[in-house]
Structures are given as structure tokens and as C-alpha cells.
Design a protein around this ligand. Structure first.
Ligand SMILES: C[S@@+](CC[C@H](N)C(=O)[O-])C[C@H]1O[C@@H](n2cnc3c(N)ncnc32)[C@H](O)[C@@H]1O
Length: 210
């Protein structure tokens, strides 16, 4: 990403309109999301691209799906032969489909309840914007610091993280980059697919534990 790359999403996103993710995903919105075949197809495409970015050398890795929702990503990872643990903060999502083989865990991904050096990789699809959204700046920094420090701790050495999300503008990327650089030993970079198409643009953050 060159230094002069810039974008700014004008349309208000749900995370700007709702105080908390728990307020947005009520029974109705949750069920609409979970039943949507087109969202499922999109999330599977994003997962495939995330795996390409991770460059995992073989299957059978243990992967954490952080912010798994109804499990579109976890189910796909499982089909591809990876051992997956699905984590979300909303219990209704974890119960929507029968994903008990995917070890669903009800928890906040900023405080993941796992032992150090447990995962080969962490994938988080379309969730980070909810964590970034917090309007109280100080609290936002604290939860993001906790998120990235925790991810660093629970990854095995040489483990990798890929996060796809919907930032509002380039400043968000700069802030997140600063927080990671100041608080963890991750190496990483942003990867932007279709950078000049607001509709097709997809933003990924790749982090590597050396
Ligand atoms: C747009 S959905 C994406 C779900 C899933 N990753 C997918 O690709 O279909 C965003 C998800 O992030 C979850 N989420 C948001 N903040 C979270 C947090 N702090 N901890 C765990 N999950 C969180 C929400 O509950 C919701 O399931």
C-alpha cells in the first residue's frame, strides 16, 4: 500500500449506527445474516482469499475463527481439512447451526480463553470493524491492544493471523498499524484487493509471529 493511497467510506455502516454488536444482532438480524446464501457465498470467497494470504503449507492446522458468527468460515475451513475452533461473542450465532464439532466458544475475541502457543493460525472475517468502532477512544485502544497481544500469545511460533474487515478510511489502518507496532512483536502488512473500487475493495491484515 503506497503512502498516498486514500479512501473514505461515506455510507454509514451498522457499527456506526449501533452502540454495540449485541444491539445490532437481535434475533431478526442474526437470523437474516445466518440464513443468507449470498452472504455465505461471499464469506467463503473471502475465506479462500484469506487462506491464500496465509500460505499455509498443508491442511490439518489448528485455526481459530475469531468472530465466527453462524460459522460460514469455520464450516468451510473444516471442509478443507483444518481443525477449527469457532469463537463468537453472541450465543445465538453459535447455536444457529449445529457446529458443535467446531468446538464453539462463547467469548470476547479481545480476551480469548486459550493457552499460550495453541494455534497455527487465526482467521477473523468481517468482525474487526465492530471492535474498532468504540467511540470512547481510550477504551478502543485498550481493547485493540488486548486483542493483538492475546493473538500474539495464543499463536504458536511462526504462526500467522489474517484479518479481513471493513475500515471506514485510511486513518483506521494507520491507527491499527501503530497499535500493533507499539504493543506486539508481530511483523505484518495490509493487503488491499481492488483498491480503487469502493464496491469490490477488500482489506486484509496479515500478521506473522517470528
Ligand atoms: C459480520 S459478522 C461476521 C461473522 C463471520 N465471521 C462470517 O464471516 O460470516 C461479525 C461477527 O463478529 C462478531 N463479533 C463482534 N465483536 C466481537 C468480539 N469482541 N468478540 C467476538 N466476536 C465478535 C459478531 O458477533 C458477529 O458474529
Amino acid at each position: 500500500m503506497s503512502d498516498d493511497y486514500f479512501f473514505n467510506v461515506k455510507r454509514k455502516r451498522p457499527e456506526e449506527l449501533f452502540e454495540s454488536v449485541l444491539d445490532y444482532y437481535t434475533n431478526e438480524t442474526l437470523s437474516m445474516y445466518a440464513k443468507s446464501k449470498s452472504i455465505m457465498r461471499t464469506q467463503r470467497k473471502i475465506t479462500l482469499r484469506a487462506l491464500e494470504i496465509l500460505e499455509l503449507k498443508k491442511n490439518h492446522f489448528l485455526i481459530l475463527d475469531a468472530g465466527c458468527g453462524p460459522g460460514f468460515v469455520s464450516i468451510y475451513l473444516d471442509e478443507l481439512g483444518h481443525k477449527t475452533i469457532a469463537l463468537d461473542i453472541i450465543s445465538g450465532f453459535l447455536k444457529f447451526y449445529d457446529i458443535k464439532d467446531l468446538n464453539p466458544i462463547l467469548a470476547d475475541m479481545c480476551f480469548p480463553p486459550f493457552q499460550p502457543s495453541m494455534f497455527d493460525a487465526i482467521i477473523s472475517i468481517s468482525a474487526l470493524q465492530w471492535i474498532y468502532k468504540d467511540s470512547n477512544l481510550k477504551k478502543k485502544d485498550l481493547v485493540l491492544i488486548s486483542l493483538f497481544k492475546s493473538f500474539y500469545t495464543i499463536l504458536k511460533p511462526k504462526g500467522k493471523v489474517v484479518i479481513q474487515f471493513y475500515p471506514k478510511n485510511k486513518t483506521v489502518l494507520d491507527n491499527i498499524g501503530d497499535i500493533i507496532a507499539k504493543n506486539t512483536n508481530f511483523n505484518g502488512n495490509f493487503i488491499i484487493d481492488n483498491p480503487n473500487s469502493p464496491k469490490k475493495r477488500k482489506i486484509y491484515l496479515l500478521l506473522k509471529k517470528e
